[in-house]
Design a protein around this ligand. Structure first.
Ligand code: PTJ
Length: 249
């Protein structure tokens, strides 16, 4: 039992959740390592949403609302940390949710599908192996997508994403929104819009913005999106973190 007045209470609670999901078999071993990496970056940014992340969040939400076929891609870690929030965000931005596991196996797909059902979401995509297609015919587990979801999408929101897969998605011409605490990761650099923040803070903020931006017309949304430069935003995050000296680009 972690005492509520512990200075690292929130962070320790998240760690417990990750451990539990791993014990239950739907969060992979590497997912625990990925979480630890995230924790380190979160520590460096003071476990708060930085101003450049807030800006990227607004642009990301406008992009999701404006999309013709937007998809929120989820995996073991993101499901454990934010399942209800992803469902709510999907509802508020008219997006689909697709399961895309880097370490895919039948047991994980079954447990996660059931979790979404138990949380009231019946339409999780990407769970039927027979319906999986390969983006741009790239015969790789990194390029898998469901026909109705990511395969046909124009905008995909990814979090805790591996760089190879982000590259496949970007190369296929889709607009990629990434949430990644590491502004130096390949995914962060490759995406069109990167939110350098913890998904546990980002998704609730995205829901708030979606509620506000839903009433804007297309030209107002376009204006919001057009001024955004991902490279510039990442640089601002790095400066904020005082890690700019580590950046090679
Ligand atoms: O569930 P699966 O099989 O799809 O596996 C997913 C993992 C996480 C194992 C896989 O995608 C992976 O290997 O991810 P990486 O390459 O370790 O990248 C994870 C990135 O997410 C790292 O840059 C972390 O800093 C970042 N990260 C970790 N936790 C969070 C995070 N970013 C935002 N919010 C977090 N809570």
């Amino acid at each position: 039992m972690i005492p509520k007045n512990h200075p690292r209470y929130e962070s320790l609670i998240l760690r417990e959740k990750i451990k539990e999901a791993h014990k239950k078999g739907y969060l992979t071993d590497s997912g625990m390592i990925a979480h630890g990496r995230g924790e380190a970056f979160d520590y460096l940014i003071g476990e708060k949403t930085m101003p450049p992340a807030n800006e990227a969040i607004k642009v990301a939400v406008a992009t999701l609302i404006q999309a013709k076929n937007s998809v929120i891609s989820v995996n073991g870690n993101s499901t454990e940390l934010d399942i209800d929030e992803f469902i709510e965000l999907a509802k508020n931005t008219d997006s689909k949710i697709e399961l895309n596991l880097f370490y895919r196996n039948k047991k994980r797909v079954e447990i996660i599908s059931k979790l979404y059902k138990d949380h009231g979401y019946e339409n999780l995509l990407g769970i039927d192996d027979k319906k999986i297609r390969y983006i741009d015919n790239i015969d790789s587990p990194r390029a898998t997508a469901s026909e109705e979801g990511i395969y046909k999408s124009d905008v995909v929101l990814v979090s805790l994403e591996d760089g190879d897969r982000a590259e496949v998605l970007v190369d296929s011409g889709k607009k990629i929104i990434a949430i990644d605490l590491n502004p130096l990761s390949r995914t962060a650099k490759m995406a069109n819009i990167t939110i350098v923040d913890n998904i546990v803070r980002t998704i609730p903020l995205m829901i708030e913005y979606a509620k506000k931006l839903n009433s804007k017309d297309e030209s107002q949304l376009k204006e919001l999106i057009s001024d955004f430069s991902n490279a510039k935003n990442l640089n601002e995050s790095l400066k904020y973190m005082e890690l700019s000296k580590l950046s090679k680009s």
